[in-house]
Design a protein around this ligand. Structure first.
Ligand code: 5GP
Ligand code: ZN
Length: 113
């Protein structure tokens, strides 16, 4: 728990969120400003600022975040989707608690902005 972290506050229930999945390790919830018809976030419950802060011990956690994100999308009937993790402000990260974006339900373009 990082007292200044928005997503830690969501984990603690101090800020409401539309939760899609939760277990001892991770939480998935709807993005407050969806950029696609399906847009949710999957986060570790333990505060980790981003992939750069992850260690070898976090490999299973990172894999789980991706696998569960794909499973939630499938359960929503979304077979085609994009997974994004922004690492650092220049990459577009605004909340410094690692989160996987799962975006789908519309055609996507490449390269990203
Ligand atoms: P980033 O830009 O750091 O990769 O993504 C942060 C995401 O968190 C953004 O897509 C933003 O809409 C979302 N977000 C920011 N504040 C809140 C909030 O209070 N609740 C929820 N559910 N999502 C948030
Ligand atoms: Zn946090």
């Amino acid at each position: 728990m990082n007292d200044n972290c928005l997503f830690c506050k969501i984990i603690q229930g101090q800020i409401p969120a539309t939760k899609l999945y939760e277990d001892a390790d991770i939480l998935a919830f709807a993005d407050i400003s969806p950029q696609a018809p399906t847009h949710f976030l999957v986060i570790p419950k333990r505060h980790l600022s981003g992939p750069s802060a992850a260690s070898e011990a976090d490999e299973a956690l990172l894999g789980k975040i991706m696998r569960v994100g794909a499973e939630i999308a499938k359960n929503q009937g979304v077979e085609q989707f994009r997974l994004v993790i922004n690492n650092g402000a220049e990459a577009g990260q605004t909340v410094f608690h690692l989160h996987l974006h799962v975006l789908g339900g519309r055609p996507m373009t490449w390269p990203p902005g």
